[in-house]
Design a protein around this ligand. Structure first.
Ligand code: SF4
Length: 291
């Protein structure tokens, strides 16, 4: 997305933005316009957001769609993204041939319990909690019969235990009532379960049922943006859309773990360990910021 603030009349901007997207970039009056990172970051955007003053001085906002095919430079850079995806996938295939969830589980039900608990909590902590919890509630049937207060006692050491206890019991009750205790394998059905958002549903769909679902957590969101696999994404949903559009369906379940594990151990949030990272030559962040 590009946001520019200029005083040109709206019809003039509309014409420029619609027919000459590359020219609108040159009209950006801020300092950012001269930054190479700025152009790298925004050059393949499909939309332009323009804030402009109309004749009466009121600020208006318009969104224009850009046609990548219209501009040869944008088209070329779009191709570069495809190439980057191909090279990153190849690198992970060679360097991380096995990538799996670090949560311990033996059944779809157990993974669902562990994944609900893992929100805002470390996998290590969840793996400490689940053995006792699942010993007491080994099936959705047993968990459905429990009261949240009892479940709370088992999960009090993880984050948000109150809410998670309610979600776990709610999930088990709905699973028993609507799915005969069997975990559904479709994303649309999974997100109907209490406490199951799009991310949790994607984890179950991809890990248990090997479906092409990309769960975008904080690691995936950050790593995809740094490497340059997602461009100017502001939401996990947008990152998911861009990753799904560029990664072959069969590779999506493992790609999800590649990005999580890379984010957890190498491309960490505060200070990425670029000096030991093999993705340096392909990484937008490294080449624009660290070099
Ligand atoms: S080079 Fe640095 S920023 Fe890029 S993926 Fe590796 S650790 Fe992350």
């Amino acid at each position: 997305m590009i946001s520019i603030n200029v005083d040109f009349p709206a019809p003039f901007l509309a014409i420029i933005a619609t027919f000459c997207p590359s020219v609108t970039e040159k009209l950006i009056p801020s300092k950012r316009a001269s930054s190479p990172q700025y152009f790298e970051r925004f050059s393949t955007c499909r939309y332009v957001i323009i804030n402009y003053k109309n004749y009466s001085g009121k600020i208006n906002t318009k969104i224009y769609k850009r046609d990548l095919n219209f501009n040869p430079r944008l088209k070329r850079e779009h191709m570069e993204i495809k190439e980057r995806f191909a090279k990153v996938i190849e690198w992970f295939k060679v360097n991380m041939p096995v990538a799996e969830t670090e949560l311990h589980f033996n059944s779809p039900y157990e993974l669902m319990v562990a994944t609900i608990l893992s929100a805002q909590c470390t996998d290590k902590r969840v793996n400490q909690i689940t053995p006792e919890l699942l010993k007491r509630f080994p099936t959705p049937e047993k968990l459905a019969e429990a009261e949240p207060a009892e479940v709370f006692d088992y999960i009090r050491s993880c984050s948000y235990p109150n809410n998670k206890a309610k979600h776990l019991v709610g999930m088990a009750r709905k699973l028993m009532a609507d799915y005969n205790g069997k975990m559904p394998d479709e994303l649309d059905e999974l997100i109907k379960l209490p406490g199951v958002g799009r991310k949790t549903a994607s984890v179950i769909a991809s890990v248990v049922f090997n479906k092409p679902a990309m769960a975008v957590d904080t690691h995936v969101f950050r790593v995809a943006a740094r490497i340059g696999l997602s461009i100017n994404s502001k939401t996990p949903h947008e990152t998911e859309r861009q990753l799904m559009a560029n990664i072959p369906a069969a590779m999506i379940p493992i790609a999800h773990h590649w990005l999580i594990l890379h984010g957890r151990y190498v491309c960490v949030a505060r200070k990425p360990k670029c000096e030991i990272c093999g993705l340096q030559p392909l990484c937008t962040y490294y080449n624009n910021v660290c070099k």
